[in-house]
Every structure is written in C-alpha cells, then in structure tokens.
Ligand binder design. Structure first.
Ligand SMILES: [Zn+2]
Length: 336
C-alpha cells in the first residue's frame, strides 16, 4: 500500500487540485472518520454528475448526507466497525445510524444485514425516521465537517465553496470534471486513509478487506445449512441442543451460530459453528465469547473430529483447526 501511495503522489504532481485533495485526505487530523465519509460522498457526487451548461455545480447537503449514511450503514450493519477512538462516546452520526438500523431490524423482525442501497424506507414505513437521520447528519456535516475538511496546517485549501445557510456545496465545473476523472484514484486514497484510521481503534481483523468489500458490494454471507450434517453428528438421538444454554432446540428455533462473530472472522468455518436458539445469537451479535465458551468449543471440536468421516475436506480443515488450536489463537488475537 505504501508503494502505491508513493506512486500516486508522484502522479498527483500533474494536477494541483487533485494533489490538494490527496494532501487533505492523507494528512488530516481526526477525532472520528467523518472527514473520510464527507470527502468520499463529494467525490461520489461528482461521479453521478452530468455536464450541465452552468459553470458552477452545486451539491446539496441533504444528498451528501444520504451518501454518508450509506457508508456508515453498510460498515455498521455488516461489521459494526468503531468509527472513533472514544469508545464511550460514539460519534453522533454513528449513534443515529445505529438507531435507524435498530428500527429497521425491529421492523423486519430479523437481524439479517441488508445493504443500504437495497432498502426503500418509505415502503417499510420508516420514511420519517430516515429523514430525521439524514437531517441529523446534515447538521453535523455543517457544524463540524464541511469547513474543517478544508483546513490543514493552519492553511485553508479552497477546493470548494460553502453556503451553510442554504445547505449547499459549491464547485467550479472544471473542478468537478477533474474530480470525476480522478475519482477511482481518490476513492483508493480515501479508503486507504479510512482503513488506517479504523485500524487505530478496531480490534477486529481484516479491516481493509472489509472496507473494500463494502465498496465492491462483495460481502458474501453464504448459507450455513451445508454445515448441519456435521453439526448433527454431535446429537446422536437427533435432538439438537443449544451450545449456550444447553437446552433442547425446536426445529423452527434452530440457528447456526459463529461463536467468534462473523464480523471478526469474515468467514464460515466448521470449527467456529454451533447450534443455538434463534434469539440467542442475535443477542450476542458482535461480542466476543467468554473464556468458558471458548473452552467448551475446543472440547466440542475434539469430539466432533472423532465422529466425522476422515475422508472429507471438512474433516481435514477441522483437523488442522484442532491441531493448531485456531479457537484459542483467534480468540486471543481478537481480544487484543
Ligand atoms: Zn439456548
């Protein structure tokens, strides 16, 4: 990554306007990731821009806020990424995004994550709540982000104009065209910096893969059904029991759960999967398991390995996981 940024920097010399943007993105101070969401939303706005006759191009704060909400929604609903070093006081935009996600889950009676782009908030009766969230974001962008982003080392880069009372960001058309032409490059720089910030205060792994996956619409959460034939080996009488509370589970209550949350592992592995009651896995959602759960999972894996046919790929993978004690190693590394 370092190398590519260096090359990009050389290349930026060709265009002073883009150089200013990259300097602001790569060197800005931060208390949270707002500046990244803001700059990304502006660049994305230029991508959607079609050449009008006027020399001035105006973007509305409302539209920019919707793009910011999209980024934070997708990063939060899939990975619950922390967006500020101050864990006790999450940034306002994140709190209000989380409130909207909670309303969405309640409304759907499900905690299945869905991409922001696929949701029609009016159709599910959350139009008003959605507008309130967007308004909150507009307020924060106006008060804290839009003007601050232009400042670096006591200097102001006049890369755009602001009319805060009318909620407008004002660009010269030629600058918008330049941004549009360099949008791929700027997205890469923004994602790089965003990842760098997140790595400072998130203990979950594979941050850069997550940030990228969200951009590429590339988050695969596949069905866990195929693991059931193995998990069922633990219950010879056919009565599945919950890994967490130990009680029997009715078929319509059965859920396959990642003991170390998916948002940490970012993959489905038999050694990390158990049966539990449906409600229980949504309750614990993104929390790391207790030491006791980890010990029980290690024991379960030993027993499961003994019961499996030893001529399958799944067996080989479980065997490696047991031999190398992935359960404890991953758990310890995520606990930080
Ligand atoms: Zn249970």
């Amino acid at each position: 990554m370092k190398l590519s940024i260096k090359i990009n920097r050389e290349w930026f010399k060709m265009n002073i306007y883009i150089k200013q943007w990259s300097d602001l993105i790569l060197n800005c101070s931060f208390d949270n990731t707002y500046k990244m969401a803001w700059s990304k939303a502006l660049v994305e706005s230029t991508v959607n821009f079609n050449d009008p006759i006027d020399d001035i191009v105006i973007f509305d704060f409302n539209d920019i806020a919707k793009l910011c909400l999209k980024y934070y929604w997708n990063q939060t609903i899939y990975f619950d990424l922390i967006q500020s070093p101050n864990i006790k006081k999450p940034p306002e935009i994140i709190s209000s995004t989380k409130e909207l996600i909670t309303l969405f889950f309640n409304n759907k009676h499900s905690v299945q994550p869905i991409r922001f782009e696929k949701i029609d908030f009016s159709a599910i009766g959350l139009a008003r709540e959605y507008e309130v969230t967007v308004k909150n974001i507009v307020r924060t962008l106006k008060q804290d982000v839009s003007w601050r982003f232009k400042n670096l080392n006591r200097q102001t880069y006049e890369i755009y104009g602001l009319n805060l009372s009318e909620s407008k960001v004002i660009f010269n058309k030629k600058d918008v065209i330049t941004l549009k032409e360099h949008s791929d490059l700027l997205f890469t720089v923004i994602n790089y910096r965003w990842t760098q910030m997140l790595e400072g205060f998130n203990y979950s792994p594979r941050i850069s893969r997550k940030v990228r996956a969200i951009d590429e619409n590339n988050i695969k959460r596949s069905s866990l059904k195929k693991f059931q034939e193995h998990l069922d080996l633990m219950f010879e009488d056919g009565k599945r029991k919950c890994f967490y509370c130990g009680k029997a589970i009715a078929d319509n209550e059965t859920s396959v759960d990642h003991v170390i949350p998916w948002s940490y592992m970012f993959s489905d592995d038999l050694w990390n999967l158990v049966y539990c009651h449906k409600g229980e896995n949504s309750e614990k959602s993104n929390r790391l398991p207790s030491q006791e759960d980890i010990t029980r999972l290690e024991e379960r894996n030993n027993q499961l390995l003994e019961r499996m046919q030893n001529n399958t790929k799944d067996y080989d993978q479980l065997q490696i996981a047991v031999e190398k004690d992935y359960v404890k190693k991953f758990w310890i590394s995520f606990k930080g």
